[in-house]
Design a protein around this ligand. Structure first.
Ligand SMILES: *[C@@H]1O[C@H](CO)[C@@H](O)[C@H](O)[C@H]1NC(C)=O
Ligand SMILES: *[C@@H]1O[C@H](CO)[C@@H](O)[C@H](O)[C@H]1NC(C)=O
Length: 193
């Protein structure tokens, strides 16, 4: 009888432990505004994204425009102090006519006095399929004359809530005269949505 009681006690205790464990878990597809309710964010996922970024600074319909500069910017070989606001299409393929999968919106500025290098602070909003409406925040140094660059992804929204990752940027096409560029992006992002 006593053994039976002990067994029953262990059985009930294990149910309580299992239940409290389940209570602390988070739904797989979080949609609630108050998500997360605990530090367990859910299953970590690694998503790879590939697209092209069109930075058009010349012509009648530029995707990036100068919004400010310092009095000394024009004397600087790197246009140090120049600040631009951008709203640029992200496309599936490299051609400007390729399907648009999102937009990169935000700021970039010349932040290096010796070598041409930008500081980039942008939100990439995606419009395709399950990514529609989700964003990634990209913030980091972008030494544009290097063929390959690496930019940190510091956060996100929607499917990319609590995201972190890296965006590998590679110049696909650059017109030295106009300053227009098409950049290939390979993104690796860890997220939970
Ligand atoms: C993306 O979402 C917006 C707003 O919810 C909707 O109007 C649009 O049709 C969607 N686009 C795609 C490609 O699913
Ligand atoms: C580069 O830009 C210049 C100035 O806008 C233009 O005349 C030229 O055709 C462009 N070159 C290419 C290959 O698009």
């Amino acid at each position: 009888m006593r053994k039976l009681l002990v067994l029953l006690f262990v059985f009930i205790l294990s149910i309580i432990i299992i239940q409290s464990h389940e209570d602390s878990s988070v739904p797989q597809s979080p949609s609630e505004e108050n998500w997360p309710e605990s530090l367990a964010l859910g299953k970590e996922k690694l998503t790879k994204l590939h697209f092209y970024f069109h930075d058009i600074v010349s012509g009648k319909k530029p995707t990036a425009i100068k919004i400010a500069q310092a009095s000394t910017t024009n004397q600087s070989p790197t246009l140090f102090g120049l600040l631009a606001m951008a709203d640029e299409p992200l496309t599936q393929g490299p051609e400007p006519t390729s399907k648009i999968v999102g937009r990169a919106q935000g700021l970039y500025g010349s932040a290096n006095q010796e070598k041409l290098s930008l500081i980039l602070a942008m939100s990439f909003e995606f419009t395709n399929g399950i990514y529609n409406g989700s964003t990634l925040s990209v913030f980091g140094r972008n030494p544009v004359l290097q063929l390959k660059r690496e930019l940190p992804i510091v956060g996100g929204t929607g499917i990319f809530r609590f995201a972190r990752g890296v965006a590998f940027a590679k110049t696909y096409w650059f017109n030295m005269t106009s300053g227009d560029a098409i950049v290939e992006y390979n993104v690796r992002v860890i997220h939970y949505g």
